[in-house]
Design a protein around this ligand. Sequence first.
Ligand SMILES: C[S@@+](CC[C@H](N)C(=O)[O-])C[C@H]1O[C@@H](n2cnc3c(N)ncnc32)[C@H](O)[C@@H]1O
Length: 288
Amino acid sequence: MVAEILTVLAPQPGEIAVDGTLGYGGHAQEILARILPGGKLLGLDADPVELPKTESRLRALGFSAEIFAAHRTNFAGLPQVLAAQQIPGADMILADLGVSSMQIDDPTRGFSVKLDGPLDMRMNPQRGQPASSLLQKIDPEALVKLLVANADEPNAAHLAPALAGKAFTSTLHLASTIRTTLPRLSKDDSEGTVRRVFQALRIAVNDEFSALDTFLRLIPEHLKPGGRVAILTFHSGEDRRVKKAFASGQQAGAYARISDEVIRPTPAEQHSNPRSASAKLRWAIRVK
Ligand SMILES: C[S@@+](CC[C@H](N)C(=O)[O-])C[C@H]1O[C@@H](n2cnc3c(N)ncnc32)[C@H](O)[C@@H]1O
């Protein structure tokens, strides 16, 4: 949804941009091209594996340290990044939530439901516990709650006793156990459940909802007057949080305008990039 994001953020030469989820740097690259000359983009990402690759890629495209800075941090650390850069506020803030294609396509990271690898799922493999440890330690009751809260999983109660407290060696071991625990589901429903269980575990392992809540709370005070924020979400748990935070920001007088409706990818984009199908974009504009 590059075009939609650029319309919402409307980057202009000389402006300061924050990309809270740098990933491959696809959005950042487009924003950078529009804020030059005179602008600067701060790219944040929690992932120490992919971030250096993206930094090198953007440097090779000619974006020097003066106009682009990469920070290996959770986006909940936004105030520290702005302080380190001696930047009081941003003209635009972007977040494109979840995991990147590079992370999913690297079997060693454990995000993929199709490629075998260790059941890890940490965006920063140097911190926290892998999904395998979480599953081994959790009891069935707590796992039901986690699957419902993080993925609205309808089969949570049936699945939890087969997964909680068990030692899963790999991603495909977990995926096949989910399928065999629910033999009566159609193939589509079964694959939907596999995806939702992986999503729920990923959200828990990376503490994604509390990072998002913190980020949403911090955004208004770190936007310049008239600054724009755009957040791209991929499931209802994320979208609910963004919708609520923007509405309460507007009520509190921090935002002058917020999106009434979510913006969705065009049918052509959904067709060419199936991972975009669940994307929802919301925006808000800081009061002047
Ligand atoms: C969907 S990708 C972003 C793709 C990016 N917009 C692009 O154009 O390439 C999400 C990225 O955000 C990172 N991420 C997710 N949650 C984060 C958080 N709380 N703090 C920092 N980075 C985060 C992930 O590591 C991943 O690289």
